[in-house]
Design a protein around this ligand. Structure first.
Ligand code: OTU
Length: 657
C-alpha cells in the first residue's frame, strides 16, 4: 500500500544506500520493496522506532536485502517468479517430506546425493536436512548450537557440495529444507567470543547481566527446557563475569532481538541459505524469540512481529522461499505462527502440527480416539496460503502438548492421563509393549517428554524380540495407520528417516559422552543399508512397511481432495475407537474422501448414519482408494478391521496396486 510517511522514508533510504547498489537495475527488487515497505516500516518502527540510529538501521536492512537479491542466481530468481504466479504451489497433495541427518542417512552430503534414488523410490520429494552449519565438536545439540552461520561443518562436506545437492534435487523436482537456528548461537560463535572479551556491541547481541537480579526475575516464570542437563535459563560466564540467558543448553546463548542488529544479521543469514538453494527455511525455536519478565517468554506478540518482519523482508529478496515455524507449543498458540492474516501480517507458511502428532500418540496408547477427536475439534482452522507439517516422529522428543481442557472434555483427569501416557510409552504400564525412554524429566514438576523410534514406540521392537508374528503384524499395521493419517489429514506429511524400514531404537549414543545425557539420540540412527535392502525382500518387515508407505504416498499424490485448502470436515461418531473426517476436492465438490481409522485391537463398526447429511456418498459404490477393495457394510454399519484405516470414495478411479 502507498503511505506517504513510509514512502518518503523509502525515498530517503534509496538516496542513502551504497552507490554500487543504487546503480544496478533491480526492477523486481524495488517493486517488491515498494509493495512491502509500509509493513516493513511499521514493524521496524514498532520494534526499534525509539532508537536514535533508526534510519541507519533501516538503511542497513535495505542494503542487506538488496545485496542478497543481487547475489541470488538467475534460476532461483526464475523459481521466485514462478512461485509468485502459482502462489499456492505448496498446498498441493503432491508434496511428501522426509527429515534426516545427512551423516545419519549417509556419510555426508555427497553420500546423500548418491542415495537420491531411494527417496524417489519411496516417493519423497521434499528433504529436511538437519543442521549442518559449523558447530563445536562434541556438545552441539545435534547441530543446533551454531558457531558459524555461513559455512557447512566439514564433516558434512563443503558449501559447494550443498549447492550441488540443491541443484541435483531441483532437477528432480525435489525441495530442500534447511534449518536456521534463529533463537540462539553456540557460545563458541564469533559474536559470543567477542562478547566474552568485553565487546559491548556483541554483549548486546545477547541477554547479559552483571548479577542475578534480573535473571532471578525471569526465572520466576520461565520453564526449564533441558532440566536434567541445563537447569535454569541463565549461565554464568567467568570470562565475561556476567550472567547470560541460555534457555536451552548452557552452551546455547539466546539472541537479543530487541537489538535491530541481531534482526538484520539473522535476515542476512536466512537469505544466505536461500541463495544456497534452500526452498524452505525451518526457523528453529521461534516461540522463544522475545523475552519478557513475568511470562514464560514464549509466544510473545513481539516474537510474531519479528517473524512478520522477517517474512516481509525475505519476500522482497526471495519470495519463492517459504518459512517453517518450529513452535512446539500449545494448540491455540501454534496456529498464530501462520500469522494474523494471510495478506498483511503473515509469518510462516508452514508450521509443525505438534498437536496432531501428540494426539495420534494418545490414540496409540489408549486405543481410542476420544482425545484425538476432541483435540482436532479444538484446533482452529489455519489461514489460507498456509499449511501444516504433519508428522509422527522427528529428531526431537514427543511432548504431550495437547490442552488440559481437551483432556478433561475427553473424560480424563489431566495429570493422571499424562502420567499414564508417559508410563505407557516408557514401558512402565503393565500391558504396554512400547520401548520409549523419558526425556527432559523435571524432578520439580514431574514433567517429562518421550524419546524413542516410531517402530519401538508402537511395539515392533518388543514383537521382534519375542518373535511374536501377531504383534509384528499389529505393529506394522499401526505404523501404516499413523502414516495414513498424516498423509490424508491436510498438509505436508513429514516422514522421519529410518521409519520407512521400521528402524528400532539405537542405544549406541550411551557410549558417546557428548550424547549419553540426551535420550533423543536413541531415535537418531545411522541407517543400516543392509536392513534397507530388505525392503526388496518380500515378506520382511522392512518390505511390508516400505511398500506400504510407497503405496500410500503414490495414491495420496493422485487425490486432489488431499491438497490443503481448509477442505476437511471432522465427523464426531458414536464409536470412540474411530477417527473420522471427510476431505473434499475444492474444485469438484462431489469429489470427497471419507477417512475412517480404527485405533483399536478389535474390529470396529462405523454407523453410516453418524455421517448425517455431511457426506454425499453412494455407499454401495464406496471403494478403498488404498486397497481398491469394497469395504464390508452390513445394515448401514461399515466394518473396519483392527488398526486399519480406509480412504473411501465413490468418485475416484480404483487404486494403484
Ligand atoms: C528445537 O527443539 C530443536 O528441534 C531441538 O533439536 C533443539 O534441541 C532445540 O530447539 C534448541 O535448538 O520446541 O522450539 O523438547 O524438542 O526444545 C524449540 C526439546 C523446540 C526440543 C524443543 C524444540
Amino acid at each position: 500500500m502507498y503511505e506517504q510517511v513510509s514512502h518518503s522514508l523509502l525515498n530517503q533510504i534509496l538516496d542513502e544506500i551504497k552507490p554500487e547498489i543504487r546503480k544496478r537495475n533491480l526492477l523486481r527488487f524495488y517493486t517488491r520493496l515498494g509493495a512491502n515497505f509500509y509493513a516493513i516500516h511499521s514493524l521496524f518502527t514498532h520494534l526499534y522506532g525509539k532508537r536514535p540510529d533508526f534510519l541507519e538501521q533501516m538503511v542497513k536492512l535495505v542494503e542487506v536485502l538488496a545485496s542478497r537479491y543481487i547475489e541470488r542466481s538467475d534460476d532461483l530468481e526464475e523459481l521466485d517468479i514462478e512461485r509468485e504466479l502459482n502462489h499456492n504451489w505448496f498446498l498441493d497433495q503432491n508434496w511428501v517430506a522426509m527429515a534426516l541427518y545427512a551423516d545419519g542417512f549417509s556419510e555426508n552430503l555427497n553420500g546423500l546425493k548418491k542415495h537420491c534414488s531411494y527417496f524417489q523410490e519411496l516417493g519423497i520429494n521434499m528433504l529436511h536436512i538437519m543442521p549442518m552449519m559449523k558447530c563445536p565438536e562434541g556438545a552441539s545439540d545435534g547441530g543446533y548450537a551454531i558457531s558459524d552461520f555461513k559455512d557447512i561443518d566439514e564433516r558434512f562436506g563443503l558449501l559447494e557440495d550443498l549447492k550441488e545437492l540443491a541443484g541435483h534435487l531441483r532437477k528432480r523436482d525435489m525441495l530442500l529444507t534447511l534449518d536456521v537456528v534463529v533463537n540462539h548461537t553456540s557460545d563458541q560463535h564469533e559474536w559470543a567470543q567477542k562478547a566474552k572479551q568485553g565487546n559491548k556491541k556483541y554483549q548486546d547481541y545477547y541477554y547479559t547481566f552483571p548479577d542475578r537480579d534480573i535473571p532471578d526475575m525471569f526465572e520466576e516464570t520461565m520453564p526449564e527446557i533441558f532440566p536434567e542437563t541445563s537447569s535454569g535459563n541463565f549461565i554464568y560466564d567467568e570470562t565475561m563475569n556476567r550472567w547470560v540467558m541460555a534457555v536451552f543448553n548452557d552452551y546455547q546463548w539466546d539472541l537479543n532481538y530487541s537489538n535491530p542488529q541481531v534482526f538484520i544479521e539473522m535476515v542476512d543469514i536466512i537469505l544466505f541459505w536461500a541463495n544456497q538453494g534452500a526452498d524452505i527455511i525451518r526457523l528453529d525455536a521461534v516461540a522463544f524469540l522475545w523475552k519478557k519478565i513475568g511470562t514464560i517468554s514464549q509466544n510473545e506478540r513481539e516474537a510474531h512481529l519479528i517473524l512478520q518482519l522477517m517474512k516481509d523482508c525475505c519476500q522482497v529478496t526471495a519470495p519463492g522461499v517459504l518459512f517453517i515455524a518450529e513452535a512446539i507449543v500449545n494448540p491455540t498458540e501454534i496456529i498464530k505462527y501462520f500469522g494474523e492474516d494471510a495478506v498483511i501480517a503473515k509469518e510462516c507458511e508452514i508450521a509443525y502440527n505438534a498437536t496432531f502428532m501428540a494426539l495420534l500418540w494418545d490414540s496409540v496408547a489408549t486405543k481410542n480416539t476420544k482425545l484425538l477427536t476432541q483435540g482436532i475439534k479444538s484446533l482452529p482452522n489455519k489461514l489460507n496460503r498456509a499449511t501444516w507439517l504433519n508428522y509422527i516422529r522427528c529428531h526431537d522428543d514427543i511432548g504431550l502438548g495437547f490442552d488440559d481442557v481437551d483432556i478433561v472434555a475427553a473424560g480424563y483427569e489431566p495429570i493422571s492421563h499424562r502420567r499414564f501416557l508417559l508410563d505407557y510409552f516408557i514401558g512402565h504400564y503393565e500391558d504396554s509393549i512400547a520401548k520409549g525412554v523419558p526425556f527432559g524429566r523435571n524432578q520439580k514438576t514431574g514433567d517429562a517428554r518421550i524419546s524413542g523410534s516410531l517402530a519401538s514406540l508402537v511395539g515392533l521392537e518388543a514383537a521382534v524380540k519375542q518373535n511374536d508374528e501377531k504383534m509384528i503384524d499389529d505393529s506394522v499395521q499401526i505404523i501404516l495407520l499413523l502414516h495414513g493419517m498424516i498423509m490424508s489429514f491436510g498438509g505436508i506429511p513429514l516422514l522421519y528417516y529410518g521409519d520407512e524400514i521400521g528402524t528400532l531404537n539405537d542405544d549406541s549414543y550411551l557410549e558417546d559422552e557428548n550424547k549419553a545425557n540426551d535420550t533423543r539420540w536413541i531415535h537418531r540412527p545411522k541407517i543400516d543399508w543392509q536392513k534397507a535392502d530388505l525392503r526388496h525382500q518380500h515378506g520382511t518387515v522392512e518390505q511390508r512397511i516400505f511398500t506400504g508407505l510407497q503405496k500410500l504416498i503414490s495414491i495420496r499424490k493422485t487425490i486432489p481432495a488431499f491438497a490443503d485448502f481448509n477442505n476437511r470436515e471432522l465427523i464426531e461418531v458414536e464409536n470412540e475407537h474411530l477417527f473420522v473426517f471427510i476431505r473434499n476436492n475444492p474444485d469438484r465438490d462431489k469429489e470427497e474422501v471419507l477417512v475412517v481409522a480404527n485405533f483399536d485391537a478389535k474390529p470396529q463398526h462405523l454407523n453410516l448414519s453418524d455421517l448425517g447429511n455431511r457426506a454425499h456418498f453412494e455407499y454401495s459404490q464406496l471403494r478403498d482408494l488404498v486397497s481398491g477393495d469394497t469395504p464390508s457394510i452390513f445394515k448401514d454399519e461399515l466394518v473396519i478391521p483392527p488398526y486399519h484405516f480406509y480412504w473411501l470414495s465413490d468418485q475416484y478411479s480404483t487404486a494403484i496396486f
